[in-house]
Design a protein around this ligand. Sequence first.
Ligand code: PEP
Ligand code: MN
Length: 264
Amino acid sequence: LASRELKKSDTVVKLKNNIKIGGGRIAVIAGPCAVENREQLFSIAESVKSSGAVILRGGAFKPRTSPYSFQGLGEEGLRYLKEVSDKLNIPVVSEIVSPEHVEIFIKYVDIFQIGARNMQNFELLKKVGATGLPVILKRGLAATMEEWLMAAEYLLAHGTDDVILCERGIRTFETYTRNTLDLSAIPVIKKLSHLPVIVDPSHATGVRTKVMPMALAAIAAGADGLMVEVHNNPEKALSDGAQSLYPEQFELLMRNIEAMSPVI
Ligand code: PEP
Ligand code: MN
């Protein structure tokens, strides 16, 4: 179902407010790594929206490496996302980590996110796919194109038509950056599949100063959009502060993207 052989035309994922992912214009998703409180989320949402982001991101159930790190606000975080979504009229995406949470998520989010760590959590893929809602499927930490597309196949086979693939860097021997962004994934996937492909330069690099060059490179390579972490106070962020852009940096990024390619 994910194959270009079966479906020649590009899939365009349509959301409320006539927002589309795929189909020629660049869609930018931005927001904090984690929803921390209502004020933080409103502040970041207002600023990224005014800079040109069309979808808000924010983690509520965080898959952290250490069990002692901030785990997210859970359902309270999803409630803030929904509140901001309604007030600012912007669709929201949040990561789901357990099949048990599907019923909760559908009350609050417009798009599900399946994170890198859960790309091959097949029970989660089946349950999320069956909702029929759009899903951003991140590439696993060490997943091949074939494995990634097969994970997308699970979602499609169980009921959704709207899968967005997200390249977010893969594990290599290099340690200067958090992961290694595989830009070649974009043209490879575009050839093999009709699904839209976006890039997350934040988790790919882990370093704020590397986000802009990799974001622009992703657009040049043919990505349909970006997912970028932005924080109003990165030094105090409860997760991924080092890779989170300041709102002014995000504003500059958006202006540079617009100079390269038409944006939604
Ligand atoms: C995230 O987007 O917050 C996240 C945890 O990303 P990834 O699954 O790519 O590590
Ligand atoms: Mn993060």
